[in-house]
Design a protein around this ligand. Structure first.
Ligand code: NDP
Length: 307
């Protein structure tokens, strides 16, 4: 059994770290619990260009500064992979994979999203062997090589542009003939000579040489013809799924697994909150994540102190 806290924040991305700042500054005993490194998606983002007051900053730099800030008022930082949250009315029990558990008067779920898999043959076996979900982390391994990026959303286009700065060539595969990404990002993409967009195609199989990825087979959506691209790396960016398995039994998620919250970021379970990308919402950005974290922690503070 671990400690008990007023406020336990699950996930230390921008939403969770902001919740920790607001909770601890308000005087709540506060802890963040995280299964990876603090920073969330910031760690996978080369440059952040829409954080007000700073025109451009590396994601990892902002993550580092947020983390320093998040523990500056006494919030604890705990390592743990949460597998279940139990509701006991006035208190919640948070249980980790290793059997450690914590109690808290309020819990904020800020676990964000994880990248969706392509679900094609040979994909799983080659994760880390040429298939990567993080261009910022792994891009340097593909210097001077040819790679494929899958998806037509903001993530895929941004990562394709990041990779194009070091890879010899980037193939960008989209399943429709139009992008989903914002116009400004599409305009930026058009400036890259070494990015080739392949439209109306879907990936169908990963080929390896017994050791690492050597090619990607894709299918033409109209003709169903198959083609092979000889690439050393494959970066799927085909959307995201929320990390909420550990609260599913509480009935607080929508049909896609996103947390349903009210204006105070509270779920229908009193004292259980959601903040950031893990919530059902329209705009998933760092600024909206930190806003959620502040609102949730402030409401939890009011509830706990009976204000
Ligand atoms: P999106 O859901 O926005 O885009 C997913 C893309 O993958 C779409 O082009 C979709 O095609 C395609 N796709 C989905 N499934 C498959 C499949 N099985 N095979 C092939 N292609 C597939 O996800 P993102 O990760 O790009 O973005 C998630 C959220 O984060 C969005 O709200 C986005 O705006 C935001 N974001 C914002 C950024 C910014 O503002 N700078 C940066 C990165 C993300 P189709 O279009 O046909 O559905």
């Amino acid at each position: 059994m671990g400690r008990s806290y007023d406020l336990l924040v699950i996930g230390a991305g921008p939403a969770g770290m902001t919740a920790a700042i607001y909770g601890s500054r308000a005087g709540l005993t506060t802890a963040m619990i995280e299964a990876g490194a603090p920073g969330g998606k910031l760690l996978k983002t080369a440059e952040i260009a829409n954080w007000p007051g700073i025109k451009e900053t590396p994601g990892a730099q902002l993550a580092y500064e947020m983390f320093e800030h998040s523990t500056a008022f006494g919030a604890a930082y705990l390592y743990g992979n949460v597998v279940q949250v139990e509701d006991h009315g006035e208190w919640k029990k948070v249980i980790c994979e290793d059997g450690t558990s914590y109690e808290a008067k309020a819990v904020i779920v800020a676990t964000g999203t994880r990248e969706r898999m392509m679900h094609i043959p040979n994909e799983e076996a080659n994760i880390g062997k040429g298939i990567s979900f993080c261009a910022v982390c792994d891009g340097a391994f593909f210097k001077g090589k040819e790679v494929a990026v899958i998806g037509g959303g903001n993530s895929a286009l941004e990562e394709a542009m990041y990779l194009a700065q070091m890879a010899k060539k980037v193939y960008l595969l989209i399943r429709r003939d139009v992008f989903r990404a914002d116009t400004i990002i599409q305009e930026e993409l058009a400036k890259y000579d070494n990015i080739q967009v392949l439209r109306k195609v879907v990936p169908s199989e990963v080929i390896d040489d017994g050791n690492r990825v050597s090619a990607l087979v894709y299918e033409d959506v109209d003709t169903h013809e198959k083609h092979t691209l000889e690439v050393a790396g494959i970066f799927p960016y085909i959307g995201l799924d929320p990390v909420t398995e550990f609260v599913k039994e509480l009935g607080v998620c929508d049909e896609n697994g996103y947390l349903l919250t009210d204006a105070n970021k509270e779920t229908k379970v009193k004292g259980l909150y959601g903040a950031g990308d893990v919530c059902a919402k329209n705009l998933r950005q760092v600024v909206t994540a930190v806003s959620d974290g502040a609102i949730a922690a402030q409401h939890a503070f009011h509830q706990i102190k009976g204000i």
